[in-house]
Ligand binder design. Structure first.
Ligand code: NAP
Length: 278
C-alpha cells in the first residue's frame, strides 16, 4: 500500500483482538507493513501462532500470539501483560473479536444472545480495561470494529445489533473520558466484507449483495484496513468519538437480503437460502 509513508508506525505496537483471521488479520498485516509490531488475540492458540508467523514473514516485523478468550477478563489481562513484556508498550488497540450467525429472535436462545453480547460487548470492555493504562502512557488510540446493522432494525441480527450498539456507545464515552489524557477512541462500521468469516456466515444463496450498494461492489478487507490506518495515523489526530461506516454507502439504502416479511413470518422457509439457527 503506497498511500501512506512506509515507516508510518515504526516503533509503535498494535494489540488486536480478532487478529487471527478476516478483517482484523488484514488490519494487522497492513499496520505491520507500515512498521508496527503487533500482538494478536484469539482462542485458537495453534491458529493464532500460525497467523503470527505468517504476519511476521510477510512484513518483517514482530508479531506475538497471545491466546485469550475476550470473555475472560483475566485472560485478556494476561495477553496484555505478555505484550508489554515483549514490546514494552501498546500504542494502538483494535477491538475486533466477535461472533455472529443468522437467527430470528423467536428462535434465539438465551445462551445465543448472551454469548454474542459477551464476546462483542463485554470482550471490548475487558480489552479496554486491560489496555487503558498503557494507552494513557503512549497517548494511543482505540479502534472498535462495529457494524451498520443497528442503524435500522436488521432482521435476524438482534444479538449483534444490540451488542455492537453497546460497543459504539462505549467508544463515545471513552473518547470523552479519556480525550483529556490524550487517548482517542473511534469506530469503523464495515458493510458486508468479502472473503471473511462474517461473509461465510451471513451470505444468502442466490442474492448478490453488491446490487444496490451505491459504490457498486461489496467491501474488501483492505477497504477496512486502509480506514484503520487513517484512524491510527497522525492525519486523524483531531478525530475521536466518531464512527465511520465503510460500506460503499450501503446503509443509506438499506434493504434486507432475506425476503421480507416472509423471513420473519415463515423463518423455516429460509432454510434453503441461509446457514442459520432457527
Ligand atoms: N465480515 C463482515 O462482513 C463484517 C461486517 C461488519 C462488521 N464486521 C466485524 O468485523 C470484525 C471481524 O469480522 P470477520 O468477519 O473478519 O471475522 P472472522 O474472520 O470470523 O474473525 C473473528 C475473529 O474473532 C476471534 N474471536 C471470536 N470469538 C472470540 C473470543 N471469544 N475471544 C477471542 N477472540 C475471539 C476469532 O478467533 P478465534 O476463533 O481464534 O477465537 C477470529 O479471529 C468483527 O468485529 C465483525 O463483527 C464484519
Amino acid at each position: 500500500m503506497d498511500t501512506f509513508r512506509q515507516d508510518l508506525f515504526r516503533g509503535k505496537v498494535l494489540f488486536c483482538t480478532g487478529g487471527r483471521s478476516g478483517i482484523c488479520y488484514e488490519i494487522t498485516q497492513t499496520m505491520m507493513g507500515l512498521g508496527a509490531d503487533a500482538a494478536i488475540v484469539g482462542r485458537d492458540a495453534k491458529g493464532l501462532e500460525e497467523s503470527a508467523n505468517k504476519l511476521s514473514k510477510a512484513t518483517g516485523r514482530k508479531c506475538l500470539a497471545t491466546p485469550a478468550d475476550v470473555r475472560d477478563a483475566k485472560a485478556v489481562q494476561g495477553a496484555v501483560k505478555a505484550t508489554i513484556e515483549k514490546f514494552g508498550r501498546i500504542d494502538f488497540v483494535v477491538c475486533g473479536a466477535a461472533g455472529n450467525f443468522l437467527v430470528p429472535i423467536s428462535g434465539m436462545s438465551e445462551n445465543a444472545f448472551k454469548t454474542v453480547v459477551e464476546i462483542d460487548l463485554l470482550g471490548t470492555y475487558h480489552t479496554v480495561k486491560a489496555t487503558l493504562p498503557h494507552l494513557r502512557e503512549s497517548k494511543g488510540a482505540y479502534l472498535h470494529i462495529g457494524v451498520t446493522l443497528h442503524y435500522r432494525g436488521t432482521p435476524w441480527q438482534a444479538h449483534v445489533s444490540a451488542a455492537k450498539a453497546g460497543v459504539h456507545a462505549l467508544s463515545r464515552v471513552i473518547a470523552v473520558e479519556e480525550g483529556p489524557r490524550g487517548v482517542r477512541s473511534n469506530v469503523i462500521a464495515p458493510g458486508l466484507i468479502g472473503d471473511t468469516g462474517g461473509w461465510d456466515r451471513l451470505s444468502v444463496k442466490d442474492y448478490d449483495p453488491s446490487k444496490g450498494v451505491p459504490l457498486g461492489r461489496i467491501g474488501t478487507k483492505m477497504d477496512i484496513a486502509q480506514a484503520a490506518v487513517f484512524i491510527f495515523s497522525p492525519a486523524a489526530e483531531y478525530i475521536t468519538g466518531t464512527e465511520i461506516p465503510v460500506d460503499g454507502g450501503d446503509h443509506h439504502l438499506y434493504r434486507s437480503p432475506l425476503p421480507y416479511p416472509k423471513s420473519v413470518l415463515e423463518p423455516e422457509s429460509m432454510k434453503s437460502l441461509v446457514k442459520a439457527k432457527m
